[in-house]
Write a protein that binds this ligand. Sequence first.
Ligand SMILES: C[S@@+](CC[C@H](N)C(=O)[O-])C[C@H]1O[C@@H](n2cnc3c(N)ncnc32)[C@H](O)[C@@H]1O
Length: 292
Amino acid sequence: MISANIEDAARTAGNDDKGAVMLQLSDNDFTRLTGFLKERFGINLIKKRTLIESRLNNYLVSNGFDSYKTYLDYALSDKTGAEVSQMLNYLTTNYSYFMREWEHFKFLKEHVLPEMAQIIKNNDLRTWSAGCSTGQEPYTLAMVIGDFLSEKGLKWDAKVLATDISMKALDVARKGIYDDDALKNVPAYWKLHYFRKLPDGKWEVTEALKKEVIIRRLNLIEGGFPFKKPLHIIFCRNVMIYFNEETKKKLVEKFYRALIPGGYLFIGQSESIDRTDGKFKLMIPSVYKKVQ
Ligand SMILES: C[S@@+](CC[C@H](N)C(=O)[O-])C[C@H]1O[C@@H](n2cnc3c(N)ncnc32)[C@H](O)[C@@H]1O
């Protein structure tokens, strides 16, 4: 780790209190950082200068960086990618909760899954939560699919792939421990079947449900997707809001290629995709079907 003189940094910032050192983010460093994030991860923080400063300042100071320039020189030249990964832990927005935009899950259970029952081969259903954050979305998917299968008496291999770029978010997803607030929309039946209450009042996803969710790190922007078989259902909700139109268009094109004909793409309810090329049909708001 870089050694740096915190007191100098404090003086530069006009503040001798070590506990409140504020590093100055110059226009140059801001442009460098936002340009890097946009190019490598699609994340557009051009209008989020204050967010960057508030999320990174303490991390930089407590790790001995005396300026954003020193930090960026270090992080962007770190071949292991570890420092950039840490940076993403601070700069990504990971807000999520169970049953978020519940209309999607209702449509999934009542329309999409029965349709898939007619299409899938070898009882193999492939669902992807792309930008899964801390796990609430893929676990909700696994519970909805689990309910559907038990109600219909079906035995499918229906594991949900869950990916994100934030390692910190993925760690939370792997642990599967949530507080009451994250479970505010979870029905009592689910709490009983898919969770166990911990002594501190939090809720942990059962081991059986954890086995239904495969958690991996994946940057949606970089290269092609590493799938051997096409997918039936993709959830990519509240992720593309951070991307510009061009990045979004390229990503939607990759989703199109990754899906089976007739496969479904769910995006966030405040998002939309360009359908002028006729590749996707809008089924209900923010739910698209790949045209055969
Ligand atoms: C607001 S959360 C959405 C979580 C969940 N899909 C939902 O709707 O509740 C957005 C997630 O997208 C992830 N993300 C942003 N850019 C990404 C990229 N290029 N590749 C993969 N994940 C990305 C962030 O790390 C964050 O966890």
